[in-house]
Design a protein around this ligand. Structure first.
Ligand code: FMN
Length: 293
């Protein structure tokens, strides 16, 4: 079910009829009538708050418009392009964590960055599950490992691989088969007590959202990436975890244990914690593959 919003309200005495609200509204909510803005399709409002955010006269009231609060866009230099690029290139996957717990206040600030990420149709449908109790993280790890033991058990055999291919697709099974030598090694080091799944992180975070919504995957990724950047600025390292994401989506047991509703999917997971080893250099990538037309 889509979230619905009460329609915005136009303060007629203040509205100058400049039409800016009409121009920025993605949902055709406003029309100009008698030289002022009028709400004509209020039930189409997606609560983006753009109308309130552009109105120079503060003539629009809406639950989603942050009127008079906080800095105005452009009034302070948010961040220079150089600083942004530095932040993007400084963020690296962190796979070595100190045992130190991350205070809840810090985690809340990280999630706050996720909360401000955009979502398709402003659905704001991303939910978070945050595990900080070591016994809960141990339990999740144990379930994920059990899941992968089953999957790799199938992949090792010809018939199992064929069966799995029918469900998961041939390319995925080929990829799993190719990674078998590495998986065997991971198994060995994990048997010796090394945690190559969560890297002994004190925090594991999972985001999920309704699976019917075609924007949910992107919503989840944006939210989690925002979180990862905020985490970096707070001195917290993180590592996205595709293995956990896949385990959650393919194991009913794990999904249920995490309290994720059946009609939701996990759209991202990551480990977080204070970094043990610091990177000395920025990230380097391939040149962008672009087609200019
Ligand atoms: C969608 C996604 C899933 C990932 N899953 C894992 C994972 O399961 N385990 C892991 O150690 N790293 C995982 N990573 C981290 C990548 O390996 C890493 O981002 C990549 O090697 C580039 O390194 P950097 O993040 O330090 O720039 C994942 C990254 C992404 C974007």
């Amino acid at each position: 079910m889509r979230r619905t919003y009460a329609p915005p309200e136009v303060i007629m005495e203040t509205c100058t009829g400049c039409g800016l609200c009409m121009e920025v509204c993605p949902s055709f909510v406003f029309e100009l009538m008698d030289a002022t803005a009028a709400v004509v399709r209020g039930d189409w409002c997606i609560g983006c708050g753009h109308c309130g955010a552009v109105c120079p006269e503060e003539a629009i009231r809406h639950e989603s418009a942050a009127l008079g609060k906080g800095p105005r866009p452009g009034s302070e230099l948010a961040i220079t392009p150089e600083q942004l690029m530095l932040l993007i290139r400084e963020r690296r996957s962190v796979r070595n964590y100190r045992r130190k717990p991350v205070p809840k206040k810090v985690l809340e600030r990280i999630i706050e960055a996720g909360r401000y990420a955009p979502t398709g149709s402003n659905s704001q449908n991303v939910r978070y599950v945050v595990l900080t109790a070591p016994e809960e993280i141990d339990k999740l790890r144990e379930m994920a490992i059990a899941f992968y033991e089953r999957i790799f058990g199938l992949v090792r055999g010809r018939f199992g691989a064929f069966l799995l291919g029918l469900f998961a697709g041939r390319r995925i099974v080929e990829n799993l088969r190719e990674s078998l030598p590495k998986i065997e090694h991971v198994k060995e080091v994990m048997a010796q007590g090394e945690d190559r799944l969560f890297y002994q992180a004190p925090v594991v975070m999972v985001v999920h959202a309704e699976s019917w919504d075609t924007c949910s995957a992107f919503n989840g990724a944006l939210a989690l990436y925002n979180c990862s950047l905020m985490a970096h600025t707070l001195g917290i390292g993180c590592c996205f975890n595709g293995y956990l994401q896949s385990a959650v989506n393919n194991s009913r047991r794990i999904k249920k244990w995490l309290g994720i509703p059946r009609d939701h999917r996990c759209f991202g997971a990551m480990t977080l914690g204070y970094q043990k080893i610091r990177y000395q250099r920025l990230v380097k990538r391939d040149p962008a593959k672009v087609v200019w037309r």
